[in-house]
Design a protein. Structure first.
Length: 133
């Protein structure tokens, strides 16, 4: 995995711990099938919620966030494919997600970045999809 191409796109920059957890999240998500959102603990190298196999990115986010319940505050959200809309970012903000990692590449990237900035979240784009069937 090439972490050198990652790009921080929000005003808020990730801490060293958040970058470490995002690397873990990116490794985890590469092993889960298609259309996946995962929530990775803010401190431990473990998933707290997984929403996969959905036809909707927001539905995958809802499943992962609802599974994570009390562990979302300060956690990392990883998406195996870009956000086609900013709705998943806004929904993650309600759960107090601290950082999002996703490939980017949507025509709506700007809206997702703006939503993350408004929520005070970190967003990192990898430039690499992990989506597979």
């Amino acid at each position: 995995m090439n972490f050198k191409n990652w790009k921080v796109v929000t005003k808020k920059k990730p801490t060293a711990k958040q970058m470490e957890q995002m690397r873990i999240a990116w490794k985890f998500i590469a092993r889960i099938k298609s259309n996946t959102i995962i929530i990775v603990d803010k401190d431990l190298p473990m998933t707290r919620g997984i929403g996969c196999g959905q036809t909707s990115r927001i539905r995958a986010a809802k499943i992962a966030l609802e599974q994570s319940e009390k562990y979302t505050n300060g956690a990392i959200l990883a998406s195996d494919a870009f956000f086609p809309f900013d709705d998943s970012v806004k929904f993650a903000a309600k759960y107090k997600i601290a950082a999002i990692i996703q490939p980017g590449g949507s025509i709506n990237d700007k809206l997702s970045i703006e939503a993350a900035d408004k929520a005070g979240m970190v967003m990192v784009l990898t430039g690499e999809r992990k989506f597979w069937h």
